[in-house]
Structures are given as C-alpha cells and as structure tokens.
Design a protein around this ligand. Structure first.
Ligand code: SF4
Ligand code: SF4
Length: 366
C-alpha cells in the first residue's frame, strides 16, 4: 500500500497560505476556538511536516487529526481541486506518516484487530450464516450493529416484505476507522475479508446502511486495490426504488413533522439530497420541515472520521451546535448511524429513515 495516500503538497500549501476563508464553516474550529485546528491551521502543520520543517509528535498528530471529513470547508473554498480533509488524512497516513497513534485510538484499533469491529466483540446475531444464491447482501455497518441493531431488524423486515432474496454476512468493519486511525495495512486486511465474504455470497447487489461504509466500498476499496464484484447502493435509494417498483407500499403513520438531517457524505460527496426526501414524501402522513442548513450546506453532526470515539467532547459539542438548526419539536430523521448517535442529545427523537419506512410498511408479524 506504499503508493497510496500521497499528499498533493501544492494543494496543501494553497490552503496553508489561505487566510481561512472557510473559518465560519469549520465545525471543529467553531466549537474549539483553536486556531491550530482551523482548516488552514491544520494545513500549515501538515505542510510543515511534509517539507521536513517539523517532525510528528502527539500534539501535532492530535491537531492534524482534528478534521471530521465533513467537507463543509469546500462550500466557500476558492480552490476547486482542494480536498482538504483527504490531504490531512494522507499527510498523517501516507509516506510521511507519524508511525504512532493517539492513546484514544489504541483500544479501538485493538478491538478492530481482535474482533473486526472497533466496538469490541461481535454479538451472536452477527455470526450469521450466508444464504446461497441471494440477490442482495445487506451490510449494516459496525456502528449500527453496536449501537442501534434495530435498524438491521427494520431493514430485514422491509426486504422480506418486498420479497427480496437477501443475505447477511458476518461483517468485518469496512476499514474506514482503521484508515482514520492510521493503520492502512489493517484497513486493507478488513477490505480483503469483506470482499471475500461478499464474493462467496454470490449476491449481485450490496446495500449499505451507512454512508461511511458506502464511501469506503465505492471509493476507498478500488483505491486500496480491492474490487467488490457487486453493484453498491445505499439503503435510502434502494428502498425508494422498491417503493417505485410497487414492492413496498407505505401506509399512513402519525409522525407529523420530520426534519431530515443530511449526512455530510450523502450531501457533499454522493450528492444524494433528493432521494431521502423523495422517500419521506412517499410516506402518507409525514410533512418535512427543513432545518436551517440543509442539502449541500448541511452542518456536520460531529460523527465524521470516528470523532465520537476519538474526540468525544468535540463530537458532542459539534452535535449540540447542529441541533440548534432544528425546531425543538421536530422528529429528526437521518440515514447515518453516526448522525443518529450524535444528535441523540437533549431528549431529541432521532430515527433512521429505514426505521420510519418499516413503521409505515410493516407490522409486528412481518
Ligand atoms: S479549505 Fe479552502 S477556504 Fe478553507 S482555509 Fe483552506 S484554502 Fe482557505
Ligand atoms: S472537512 Fe470539516 S472539519 Fe475538516 S477542515 Fe473542513 S470544515 Fe473543518
């Protein structure tokens, strides 16, 4: 993996020399007030290391890692080819990587090596048998399995209701957390295991319940040299298509006001802004009330780049800032387990779109 995660020094220097035009858009800067973790601040530190003017130490690694990967800085950035969050990631994981990790990452990296999940031992439910000749593999992702396995139950109810032949695999984490915490070798091992299990299932389609997994399967696996032999599709779009094809028939549910929180990856990387809203509009009885920042201008929930595990205080502060954008009485819907986890503060009701759709399409006996 030596040739991957190469820094584009010219782009990094563009940012390092910028007066932080995006300073109001970076949630990490906004909640911490630390110039060292402003977008240009992080770029300056990373550029100094790349040019051998500084050497990695824990403080530097902590500062450069303080990026949620939310890409909100791209909204105002004058450099269209700059992807700062990737350059910061590459600076600390590529050729001139730190070679050590932060203490807060260690237990999660150990869990990943031992159990294939940063959250620790897998439950019995996850040790599933692969059904042969299924058309679809549903991959919930480690954060859903650890924190809200009800989403997996809801997805299975919907797949059964729609008559889809599907299977689960004994999931290994997609590899995104391992890359985030600087272990590219481990990320590659997890990717290889997932590719093997998905190929063995014989399925044609991989449906993901998590945007980070979707991005890792779609973009990082080919970049790491691992190709999945399946079509990759996110859960919202897949279930929306099942409604359009008449395989799912949503019925009235009593959920008056829904505010949809766009996960950063869906909104700014995959540009999946209309599909989740279209899915909500298919459910009779629901009206959407948009939060102040929505679509491409969505604000981060604080959960990107594993912040809820790596930097929990900052993650909670970013989520609290995001909650100010919503009406206090709205039910928040989202399509990301990290967003759900972050926004579950202050007694807020937060549901995954899959859970809402299952309420509308399925009954307890399904
Ligand atoms: S991300 Fe773009 S706008 Fe923000 S500091 Fe860097 S160069 Fe400037
Ligand atoms: S990607 Fe998000 S957290 Fe990272 S520098 Fe840009 S705005 Fe800040």
């Amino acid at each position: 993996m030596a040739e991957i995660n190469q820094v584009d020094l010219e782009q990094l220097l563009n940012c390092a020399l910028c007066p932080n035009l995006c300073r109001c858009d970076c949630p990490v800067l906004q909640v911490t007030g630390r110039e060292a973790v402003a977008p240009a601040g992080k770029a300056r530190l990373a550029a100094q290391v790349q040019q051998d003017f500084m050497v990695w130490n824990s403080e530097l690694l902590e500062a450069v890692s303080n990026c949620l990967g939310c890409r909100n800085c791209t909204v105002l950035c004058p450099f269209p080819d700059l992807n700062l969050c990737d350059e910061l990631l590459y600076s600390r994981t590529g050729e001139k990587k730190a070679g050590f990790s932060l203490p807060s990452w260690e237990p999660y990296l150990n869990n990943l090596k031992r159990y294939g999940s940063p959250y620790g031992q897998k439950t019995a439910d996850q040790a599933v048998k692969v059904a042969k000749e299924a058309e679809v593999v549903y991959y919930a992702g480690c954060t859903t399995l650890a924190n809200n396995p009800g989403v997996l139950d809801a997805a299975q109810q919907l797949l059964k209701k729609a008559g889809v032949s599907y299977t689960l695999i004994s999931e290994d984490c997609c590899g995104y957390p391992a890359e985030t915490w600087g272990d590219l070798e481990l990320a590659g091992q997890l990717a290889a295991e997932n590719c093997r299990k998905i190929a063995e299932s014989g399925a044609k389609v991989l449906v993901t319940g998590c945007p980070e997994c979707w991005q890792t399967f779609s973009e990082r696996y080919p970049y790491w040299g691992h190709e999945l032999p399946v079509k990759i599709i996110d859960g919202s779009t897949y279930f929306l298509n099942l409604i359009k094809e008449g395989q799912l028939k949503p019925e009235f549910i009593e959920l008056k006001k829904i505010s949809y929180h766009d996960p950063c990856i869906w909104a700014r990387t995959a540009e999946k802004i209309s599909e989740p809203r279209e899915l909500i509009h298919k459910i009779p009885g629901i009206t959407i009330e948009e939060p102040v920042y929505n679509g491409k201008e969505t604000h981060c929930c604080g959960g990107g780049r594993m912040f809820q595990l790596s930097f929990p205080v900052t993650a909670a502060a970013v989520a609290a800032r995001r909650l100010n954008d919503f009406s206090p009485v709205a039910t928040i819907a989202t399509a990301c387990p990290f967003c759900r986890e972050g926004l579950l503060q202050e007694g807020r009701k937060v549901l995954d779109l899959v859970e809402i759709l299952a309420l509308s399409c399925c009954n307890e006996n399904d």
